[in-house]
Design a protein around this ligand. Structure first.
Ligand code: HEC
Ligand code: HEC
Length: 276
C-alpha cells in the first residue's frame, strides 16, 4: 500500500466504524493531518473552506490528490500517532453510537498502528491477517485466554475482525523501544536459540516461524518485533497448557515445554529488537 492508499484506507475504516454521521468530523481530522505534513506551503484556508462545500466524495478525492501533490513523505509511525491522536476526539464523541470497538480502542493498548506495548500487548502490525482474525475469533469464542481481549472481541462481528486484521497487518510502525533495552549478551544468546535451537532439546524457533521470525502463512505467526513482556507471558501460557495436558508433538505447546526461564528471557529479548 502506498502512503496515500493508507490514508484512504484509514479514513474509510474510520468512517465505516463511526458511521456516516461522523463523516465530516473524520474528514476535518484528516484535513488537519494533511495540513501538518504540508510543510512546504502553508495551507490555503480559503481553498479549504471552498472545498468543504464540495460533496463528501469529491472532497476526499480533492484532499487525496492534494496530499499526493505535496509529496507526503512522513513516516507511517508519525502519521499513525498523529492520525489516531487527532481522531480521538471524534471517536470519543461517537462512542455512544459506535456498535463495535473501533481502531482507537485497539491502539489504546496495542500502540499506534498496532506497534505493540512494552507492558505486554502484542505487536499486531505486519502479522498475517488470517492469523490475527483467527486469534480474534478464538478470544470471542473463549478458546484463547485473555480477559481484556475476550471482552473486546465479544462485540466484533466476523467482518469487523477481518477488517481490523487486514488493517493492522498492513501497518509497519517502528518497533516499540523498551525503557530498559536488553543487554547485548541476552540478545545474542536469544538470536542463537532462535536461529539454531539447542542440540536435540530445543528446536530452532525460525525452523517454523521462518527466517528472522517473520512468520509463515496463517499457521506460523510472525514473532519478530514482539515486546518482550508479551513473548514471555505467551510462552508461559503455552507451558501451563503443556502441564495441564500432554502436548501434541510439533505444536507450540510442546516447543514451549522444552524451554527454561533463562531461554525464554533470552529469546524474548532478541525478538523485541528484531524487525518484522
Ligand atoms: C485493554 C487492552 C487491550 C485492548 C483494548 C485490545 N487489546 Fe488486543 N490484546 C491485548 C493483550 C494484553 C493481548 C495478549 C493476550 C494474550 O495472549 O495473553 C492482546 C492480544 C491480541 C491479539 C492476538 C495477537 C497475537 O499475535 O497473538 C489480537 C489479534 C488483538 N489483541 C487484537 C485487538 C484488536 C483488533 C483490538 C481492538 C478492537 C484490541 N486487540 C484491543 C490487549 C488489548
Ligand atoms: C514446530 C514448529 C514451531 C517451532 C519450532 C516454534 N514454534 Fe512458536 N508457534 C508455532 C505455532 C504453530 C504457533 C501458533 C500457535 C497458536 O496460535 O496457538 C506458534 C506461536 C508462537 C507464539 C505466539 C505468537 C502470537 O502472536 O501469539 C510465540 C511467542 C512463539 N510461537 C514463540 C516461539 C519461540 C520463541 C520458539 C523457539 C524457542 C518457537 N516459537 C518455536 C510453531 C512453532
Amino acid at each position: 500500500m502506498s502512503f496515500i492508499e493508507r490514508i484512504k484506507f484509514t479514513w474509510e475504516l474510520l468512517i465505516d466504524r463511526l458511521g456516516n454521521s461522523h463523516r465530516s468530523q473524520v474528514e476535518s481530522q484528516m484535513l488537519q493531518i494533511i495540513k501538518r505534513f504540508d510543510s512546504r506551503s502553508s495551507y490555503d484556508r480559503s481553498r479549504a473552506k471552498g472545498a468543504q462545500r464540495v460533496k463528501a466524495d469529491s472532497y476526499l478525492r480533492h484532499l487525496i490528490s492534494r496530499a499526493a501533490r505535496v509529496g507526503l513523505i512522513a513516516s507511517l509511525g508519525a502519521f499513525g500517532s498523529t492520525c489516531f491522536a487527532q481522531s480521538n476526539g471524534a471517536i470519543a464523541d461517537a462512542s455512544a453510537s459506535a456498535k463495535a470497538p473501533s481502531i482507537t480502542t485497539c491502539v489504546a493498548c496495542h500502540g499506534a498502528l498496532g506497534a505493540g506495548s512494552e507492558t505486554g500487548a502484542p505487536r499486531l502490525a505486519g502479522n498475517n491477517p488470517d492469523y490475527l482474525a483467527h486469534a480474534l475469533s478464538m478470544f470471542k469464542a473463549g478458546t484463547r485466554a485473555s480477559a481484556p481481549m475476550q471482552a473486546v472481541a465479544q462485540n466484533l462481528s466476523d467482518s469487523d475482525m477481518h477488517a481490523l486484521a487486514a488493517f493492522f497487518s498492513n501497518q509497519h510502525p517502528p518497533l516499540v523501544k523498551a525503557s530498559q533495552p536488553p543487554s547485548p549478551e541476552l540478545v545474542m544468546a536469544g538470536k542463537q536459540l532462535a536461529e539454531t535451537g539447542v542440540g536435540t532439546s530445543v528446536q530452532a524457533c525460525f525452523s517454523c516461524h521462518a527466517a528472522g521470525g517473520k512468520g509463515n502463512g496463517a499457521r506460523f505467526p510472525s514473532i519478530a518485533g514482539e515486546p518482550a513482556a508479551f513473548t514471555v507471558a505467551r510462552l508461559h501460557e503455552f507451558q501451563a497448557r503443556a502441564k495441564a495436558a500432554p502436548a501434541k508433538p510439533g505444536t507450540m505447546t510442546a516447543i514451549a515445554a522444552t524451554l527454561d526461564d533463562t531461554q525464554i528471557e533470552q529469546v524474548a529479548a532478541y525478538l523485541s529488537v528484531t524487525g518484522r
